[in-house]
Ligand binder design. Structure first.
Ligand SMILES: [Zn+2]
Length: 840
């Protein structure tokens, strides 16, 4: 959007000094058709310097009227999303009437027509700086206000907001005033919703989704409500403040960009979390964690809000840490930390080793566009891992005492990292500031390497972070398995206590006789890369699957993954590990994560094209072994589902295609599971890639189930067809069309296929020419799609690396495009390096 204003930190501080926002009345009219909605905002605010000037943020389709203290202002004064206000009084009333445009990118007020039944839905995403696309606002986190919202909607619609609301006349909804909240947290969800209502501990609970998903939400409502209750009980046990809002609605909404958004009392979640097809238990665990994560934000983020976006980590790292620890402690998903090790931390490690890395808590974030880029693996995964280290150091009770003190001091207000560190220092009597300087103000991952009985502690930036962790010593049992002989706690001070003498190496007590494998960080308590001594690595290669605890195996798989990405382990060696140890693996977390990496990075990008068929065949054999192992074992449905998906994804020749066609015709995998929509579309997509299915099959599948899932499946299939016309159509839609965010992602997923390299050669070149203008035209959310799913990652050659570098030299790239490209280029270089390793 060309009218997007970018708020800087300096401007925000200036406006904060000047204004005290008291109340906002917001009236929305959702009955003005499918293009625009009406928005009237009345803001009452005080000004510390009467006579001064400021501006209000508003990004309308048409600005109808602006009244300041009864004075009619000229609406043509609007510039780049800012409307100037001059000659302020001590007390002011501002009225802004506008038509706002619905979006299809998940930003502002997103409107969606459900292809299943033609019903329309609308929901807001005000996050960061998209609130002014819905209502006029002094849009920055530290100008909190009480909001009173009313909405006019079609009569058969339900409207959900941040506070309790009711229909006062047909189609007219009025909501109670909220406590003081930040503008980026204001939310409205509307449409012919299906709702499930309940109550817990005096809090009204609601679950909502679009009507076509009603049966699926009903099927899972008990599970969702149980997790919600467990979350509230846990938080009420550990936090002194009770839940600070009057109700708790969780709205599952279509085409949502993030996992979920923590709007007070009105959480929005992507409605893929209303499962329409069979899912693994790990996917249910992920959903539980999202629920618990958003609940943590009700305190951390909503009750106490960061003053400026540089403390974004305060929100996200804390919620993420709580999500894992509360899910593991208080729900049935007791293995949540394995998921953290296998699925989540790699996101942080990868981000932290790229040129775009930044401290968890950056000293300054200059503006909102910069803030959006920090929404990455560092703010979430690394930040949560760092907090886990902090808890290991302080003890949980002390940590919570500090956090409660912080809530007491800043409830319904704003705070900074310094405020939190002060509370934690008071509670613990320790120098938490020094700890934060090492962990939160620096970038990069430490490496711990066992060499000659010592632990070599190094890092790229030379700033050694302190680590609380364990070392596991494993020995061989009589029957050839491995068992834990001893686990020792280690306290590596890093530079926490000042500069270390010498090379930073720490002696490791000699392990007991017979130790064959010494594994640092074997309980995955810390955030660190580990390298084994040569003898232990030999044991890991031969016996990884025999290591008794799944968390320790996750750490070993993580070390292997690292070494491939760092160019220290050839892709073929990694695939051998997979072939040797994955068929016997019992952890769904591990099988899923290892197979994904082996397929997406190793087979698709890091092995030379000539060797790819052999790599796929190897992975297919692993998946088939898993399939055989899980036949008739209903308790392993999770593993079986992963294996089935693996067989589909690795089918490569005529025999493979014939088998998939048989499954599709029979409607089931022999021995189960039956094919549900997700599996059917995945199957068809693979057949399209291989040229073994085409438009007739796609059209038939779409006609049988005309849902949005099917529309996305069809878009992906059509883009995957191995012919020039299909590729060109996908290209035009992605780079020159108006696809919604989800249809764009689906199209992008179909477009690039390693087996179609020749056909795609020209498009790889075009990508770098057309990316910049397309991403600028469609805004940050689509820029993310265009630089992730739509990036030609499989073309890991020097030529693509050079083309990406040349593209980065373009000064006109938007912040989001540049960041996406820098990150992809890093992965591309790593893949190219891994290919070279194979060639040696
Ligand atoms: Zn969050």
């Amino acid at each position: 959007m060309s009218d997007t204003s970018i708020l800087t930190r300096t401007e925000a501080a200036e406006r904060h000094r000047l204004l005290d926002v008291r109340t906002v009345r917001l009236d929305l009219d959702l009955t003005r058709g499918r293009e625009v909605f009406g928005s009237t905002t009345v803001i009452r605010f005080a000004c510390t310097t009467p006579g001064a000037a400021t501006y209000v943020d508003v990004k309308p389709a048409a600005l109808h009227r602006v009244l300041l203290n009864g004075r009619e202002l000229d609406v043509t004064a609007l510039r780049d999303g800012r409307f100037p206000l001059t000659d302020l009084a001590a007390d002011n009333e501002l009225t802004v009437e506008a038509d706002m445009a619905y979006s299809h990118t998940g930003e502002g007020m997103h409107r969606f027509t459900d292809p299943a039944d033609g019903e329309d839905y609308a929901y807001t995403q005000s996050f960061l700086d998209d609130g002014p696309r819905v209502f006029a606002s002094f849009d920055q986190p530290d100008l909190k206000a009480r909001y009173t919202v009313s909405v006019t909607a079609p009569q058969q619609w339900t409207v959900v907001g941040n506070s309790l609301g009711r229909q006062t006349s047909p189609g007219r909804w009025e909501f109670d005033p909220t406590p003081a909240i930040s503008s980026y947290l204001l939310a409205v969800v509307a449409g012919p919703l299906h709702s499930v209502r309940a109550e817990h501990d005096g809090i009204p609970l609601g679950l909502h989704c679009r009507r076509s998903l009603a049966a699926h939400l009903d099927a899972d409502a008990d599970e969702l409500l149980e997790i919600t209750r467990q979350g509230f009980d846990h938080y009420h046990r550990v936090f002194r403040h009770r839940y600070p809002f009057d109700s708790y609605d969780q709205c599952f909404v279509p085409e949502f960009n993030a996992g979920a958004m923590e709007n007070p009392g009105c959480v929005t979640l992507r409605d893929e979390y209303v499962f329409r097809s069979a899912v693994t238990d790990t996917r249910r665990e992920e959903r539980a964690m999202v629920v618990i994560h958003e609940m943590a934000h009700m305190w951390f983020g909503d009750l106490v809000t960061m003053k400026w976006w540089d403390d974004l980590w305060l929100n996200e790292s804390f919620a993420e840490y709580m999500a894992y620890s509360v899910t593991a402690a208080s729900t049935r998903f007791t293995g949540a930390w394995t998921g953290f090790a296998a699925d989540r931390k790699p996101w942080g490690y990868d981000a932290d080793q790229r040129p775009s890395t930044h401290p968890v808590a950056p000293e300054t974030v200059e503006d909102t566009s910069q803030a959006l880029q920090n929404f990455d693996g560092i703010s979430y995964a690394k930040g949560a891992a760092a907090l886990r280290q902090l808890v290991a150091w302080l003890g949980e009770e002390t940590f919570l005492a500090g956090v409660n003190d912080y809530f007491d001091a800043h409830a319904f207000g704003n705070a900074t990292l310094d405020d939190l560190l002060r509370s934690l220092t008071t509670a613990s009597g320790r120098d938490v500031h020094a700890w934060a300087d090492r962990w939160l103000r620096t970038s990069g991952v430490d490496t711990l390497r066992v060499t000659d009985g010592r632990i070599e502690h190094t890092s790229a930036d030379g700033a050694l972070r302190p680590h609380q962790l364990t070392a596991g010593h494993y020995r061989r049992t009589a029957d050839g398995a491995l068992e834990l002989a001893e686990r020792v706690p280690l306290d590596l001070p890093g530079h926490l206590l000042g500069d270390l003498p010498g090379d930073g190496a720490v002696p490791l007590d000699p392990p007991a006789d017979g130790t064959e494998l010494t594994l640092l960080n074997d309980t995955d308590l810390s955030y660190v890369k580990i390298r084994l001594d040569p003898a232990s690595w030999r044991t890991a290669r031969s016996s990884l699957g025999a290591v008794p605890e799944e968390l320790a195996r996750a750490v070993l798989w993580g070390a292997a993954r690292d070494q491939v990405r760092d160019g220290e382990l050839a892709p073929g060696e990694y695939l051998r590990l997979v072939a040797d140890h994955l068929p016997g693996e019992t952890s769904v977390h591990l099988v899923d994560a290892v197979l994904s990496f082996a397929r997406d990075f190793v087979a698709d990008c890091a092995v030379p094209p000539a060797e790819r068929p052999a790599a796929l065949a190897e992975l297919a054999r692993v998946c088939r072994t898993l399939l055989r192992r899980t036949e008739g074992e209903p308790d392993r449905t999770g593993l079986r589902l992963v294996a089935v998906r693996g067989v589909i994804a690795t089918a490569a020749d005529e025999n493979g295609a014939a088998e998939l066609r048989d499954w599709l015709a029979a409607g089931t995998v022999p021995g189960g599971p039956e094919l549900d929509p997700d599996l059917r579309w995945q199957l068809l997509a693979r057949l399209c890639v291989l040229g073994a299915a085409g438009e007739p099959e796609i059209a038939a599948e779409l006609a049988a189930d005309p849902s949005d899932t099917s529309e996305q499946g069809a878009a992906r299939c059509r883009a995957a067809l191995p012919d020039q016309a299909a590729k060109e159509a996908a290209w035009q839609a992605l780079f020159h069309g108006e696809l919604s965010n989800y249809l764009a992602a689906a199209t992008a997923k179909g477009l690039w296929q390693p087996e179609q390299a020749e056909l795609l050669d020209d498009l790889t070149t075009r990508y770098f020419k057309e990316l910049g203008p397309a991403a600028a035209r469609r805004g940050p959310a689509l820029a993310r799609v265009l630089t992730t799913a739509a990036f030609p990652a499989f073309a890991a050659t020097d030529r693509t690396v050079r083309a990406a570098e040349a593209c980065l030299a373009d000064p006109d790239l938007t912040v989001a495009t540049r960041r996406g490209l820098v990150d992809q280029l890093d992965t591309l270089r790593r893949a190219a390096r891994a290919r070279a390793l194979t060639g040696q």
